[in-house]
Write a protein that binds this ligand. Structure first.
Ligand SMILES: Cc1ncc(COP(=O)(O)O)c(C=O)c1O
Length: 452
């Protein structure tokens, strides 16, 4: 029989998978070290178990103790699995930018989760660094893991991930590329591979908003480099002890948008349903193209699984809201897609100006088409009404037909945006689109500007 004694026995020995479509433009072999095969679905299981075992060995973690850590989720999962098997409690502190799925997953494996604000200084008492430290001081028989500075983090990758990559590539690996957060993965794997072959090049993937790249290139910790960003798992506003800058040959920064878009591409073009830092990592590999020769063997490590990002990078509405997906807008129909199910607000020629104003307020709109039994015969516009009101305060009791302007031009739904824009000018702020069912919809100057 072939079985593990418990779930911890399944950590490590993850597969190596050749990348295909996404790296077609690169001259070399690109292999993915596919860490979602770990039981907690991330590479972090390796270092979590190592940190627990080392803390048990030297008495920092005692029987029945509470494990406390600031974690973006994956380390928490690894620690929680170790805690379940070995009989510890867990309290995890997360920043509020982490996905809800990550928090729910940690609760699912029995951990207590404390959420802290992202946009505060690391030294702020509300920051997740400070809160984790304080909880560790206040909780009896607790052990504060501190994955950032805990040497067992790096050691785990030196002892397992690094040797696996060396053996799986038969010692032919020439480049190792990976996202950098605590630095444990890059430093542990990087130092093992360089020990075996000093010519192996080690590249870190950084984000915009993080200090690593500039610090590596200049030795300057530049606070101006720090701002909030969306990419999860990589980049820091501190220099963790686990980032060994000496084994890193260079960093490349990947934008939030590229990281998110490439997270989707990995799933759709390679069948690799992975986390956001994997998207950043593969885009980083593509950015490094000029460093690779045909005979090179590039290993990129993918940290975690896509399921933790279904509400974010795999949700097109979330992507669209951040401008990460740009729908092609070429026709009038594309502009009204979002609100085509809503009825068109109109006013009749015999209604009073006050009715039109009420409707503008209620629906937060600035112009309304005017109808009579023959169809659209005019329009009223907020600016125009305001100008008239200044001249004559009694205007609100006048019938619309006395104040209305020319009707809005009517176009069909296949009218090109360029042609539609030509109809919008200083005298005319909107056009009407005739739909297949004979109904009409409005496109305003504002709709066109927002879409562009
Ligand atoms: C999804 C994800 N990617 C990348 C990293 C960075 O790995 P490391 O902390 O080993 O630098 C982490 C670590 O938290 C992570 O959770």
């Amino acid at each position: 029989m072939d079985y593990a004694e418990n779930i911890l026995g399944t950590i490590g020995n993850t597969p190596m998978v050749k990348m295909n479509k996404l790296v077609e433009d690169l001259p070399c072999l690109v292999l993915a070290k596919y860490e979602t095969f770990n039981p907690g679905n991330s590479v972090k299981d390796r270092m979590a178990l190592q940190m627990v075992e080392d803390a048990e060995a030297d008495g920092r973690l005692k029987p029945g103790g509470t494990i406390i850590e600031g974690t973006s989720g994956n380390t928490g999962m690894g620690l929680a699995l170790a805690a379940i098997v070995k009989g510890y409690k867990c309290i995890f502190v997360l920043s509020d930018k982490q996905s809800k799925e990550k928090m729910d997953i940690l609760r699912a494996v029995g951990a207590e989760v404390v959420v802290c604000p992202t946009d505060v200084e690391p030294t702020d008492p509300r920051s997740y660094y400070s809160v984790s430290k304080r909880l560790a001081e206040e909780t009896p028989n607790s052990w504060y893991v501190n994955q950032y500075d805990n040497p067992s983090n790096c050691k785990a990758h030196f002892l397992s991930t690094g040797p696996e990559i060396w053996e799986q590539t038969d010692g032919k690996v020439t480049h190792f590329v990976v996202g950098v957060g605590t630095g444990g993965t890059i430093s542990g794997v990087g130092s093992y591979l360089k020990m075996k072959n000093p010519n192996v090049k080690v590249w870190g993937i950084d984000t915009y908003g993080s200090v690593f790249k500039k610090y590596h290139e200049t030795g300057i910790f530049d606070e101006n480099e720090i701002y909030s960003y969306i990419t999860e798992g990589i980049g820091e506003d501190i220099l963790p002890a686990n980032v060994n800058f000496d084994v890193i040959d260079g960093f490349t920064k990947v934008t939030d948008k590229d990281a998110a878009v490439y997270t989707q591409k990995l799933a759709k073009e390679e069948g690799m349903f992975l986390g956001n830092s994997a998207g950043a990592a593969i885009k980083g590999v593509l950015q490094l193209k000029e460093h690779f020769k045909p005979e090179d063997v590039v290993v990129v490590l993918f940290h975690d699984h896509g399921s933790r990002y279904v509400g974010k990078m795999f949700n097109d509405d979330w992507m669209r809201e951040r401008g990460f997906i740009e729908d092609e807008i070429t026709l009038a129909a594309d502009l009204i897609k979002e609100h085509s199910d809503k009825p068109l607000v109109t006013v009749k020629t015999e209604e009073l100006v006050s009715h039109a104003i009420e409707r503008m307020k209620k629906y937060k709109i600035s112009q309304i088409p005017v109808k009579d039994i023959t169809g659209f015969v005019g329009s009223v516009d907020e600016t125009d009404l305001f100008r008239r009101y200044v001249e004559d305060k009694n205007i609100s009791d006048l019938p619309i037909k006395d104040v209305m302007g020319a009707p809005f031009p009517i176009v069909n739904k296949n009218t090109k945006i360029e042609d539609l824009s030509k109809l919008i000018n200083k005298d005319n702020n909107a056009v009407l689109v005739e739909l297949d069912n004979g109904k009409h919809h409005i496109i305003t100057k504002h709709d066109i500007i927002s879409a562009l």
